[in-house]
Write a protein that binds this ligand. Structure first.
Ligand code: DGY
Length: 321
């Protein structure tokens, strides 16, 4: 009997063909929308393999119904959408797609730093709406990125890739991480600090730590108040790490200067959300890894992880907890 696979979005054709040669594959392909929860629940006990996206919640309720499931392959490096502990208790392999999206996400992080600091979106909108009447000394004046201080929260692969870019801009780089990385300090001249010191001294604070119970709500009004009034907060990790209500308060009352966000507590962020009405925030729709090349590699790796797991091997990107 061929094993059954469910893919919760439409994969590239050649990968679909590759998987279909080995397994019975079904896909959810409805206007590029996430699979409906009731459909997922209805199908979960019939499949051995699930290739899912960060938009799918693979919680214990669902896992309890998954009598035959062997592998959950996530098309993302983050896996906060999956209850990994309970999957492991059921001997279900959970995999992710690390490594390949590092540089692309670091590019986007740096793009957000530059875009927010130099008010690029605001400037472009001013021009197009006919507000550009003359050159003026402080018109749309932003903050310098070069030679400023960057504080990185979470010094993993993406953090390290951001460091390489920041060095080119002559930035002084501080970092805060669960474990100190002395080899990176030696290699790149970055400085390890505690969180308070990082917040107090950085011109740009870049959040790059995964969302876990420990990092949930890590940045609240208390932390935002420690930041410089001229500083900018960048988040290209996960929304739940920053308390959004507190961030709105900080932005409105000029506790910090601005924010560049790619991720939100709720995604898609509702259009009437206050964050979308503030001029000092750049808001992107979770596109950190969204280059054609990287998204193709992510699909390929997710398919590889799934295939190896279903064939009884150890997938290269097995999430270990
Ligand atoms: C991830 O992989 O976790 C990103 O958020 C999407 O690429």
């Amino acid at each position: 009997m061929r094993q059954k696979v469910l893919i919760t979005r439409k994969p590239p054709t050649y990968l679909m063909e590759q998987l279909s040669a080995k397994f019975d594959v079904e896909t959810w392909d409805f206007e590029d929308q996430p699979i409906r929860r009731d459909v997922l629940i209805q199908k979960i006990d019939k499949i051995e393999g699930l290739l899912c996206l960060l938009t799918d919640t693979i919680d214990n309720d669902l896992l309890q119904k998954s009598d035959n499931l062997k592998v959950v392959s996530n098309l993302a490096v983050g896996y906060d959408n999956i209850d990994v502990n309970n999957a492991q208790l059921r001997s279900i392999q959970v995999t992710n797609t690390p490594g390949i999206l590092t540089e692309t996400t670091a590019d986007l992080t740096f793009a957000l730093i530059l875009t927010t600091a130099r008010r690029i979106i605001e400037a472009s909108n001013e021009l197009r709406s006919g507000k550009w009447k003359t050159w003026s000394p402080f018109m749309l004046a932003g903050m310098d990125v070069h030679n400023s201080t960057l504080g990185i929260i979470g010094m993993g692969e993406i953090g390290t890739a951001v460091v390489k870019r920041a060095k080119g801009f002559g930035m002084k780089i501080l970092y805060y991480n669960r474990t100190r990385k002395k080899h990176l300090e030696e290699e790149h001249g970055i400085v390890y600090t505690n969180l308070d010191e990082l917040l107090q001294t950085s011109d740009f604070v870049s959040v790059l730590t995964p969302l876990t119970p420990e990092t949930q709500n890590m940045i609240t009004l208390n932390e935002l108040k420690m930041m410089k009034k001229t500083s900018i907060l960048i988040n290209t990790s996960r929304g739940g790490i920053i308390n959004e209500n507190d961030l709105i308060t900080a932005l409105k009352s000029e506790i910090i200067l601005g924010a560049g966000l790619d991720v939100y507590e709720q995604e898609p962020i509702p259009l009437d959300h206050q964050l979308l009405s503030l001029p000092n925030v750049v808001t992107l729709p979770h596109i950190g890894s969204a280059s054609v090349q990287t998204r193709m590699k992510m699909w390929e790796l997710a398919v590889l992880n799934l295939t190896i797991g279903l064939e009884g091997g150890t997938p290269p990107n097995l999430v270990q907890k």
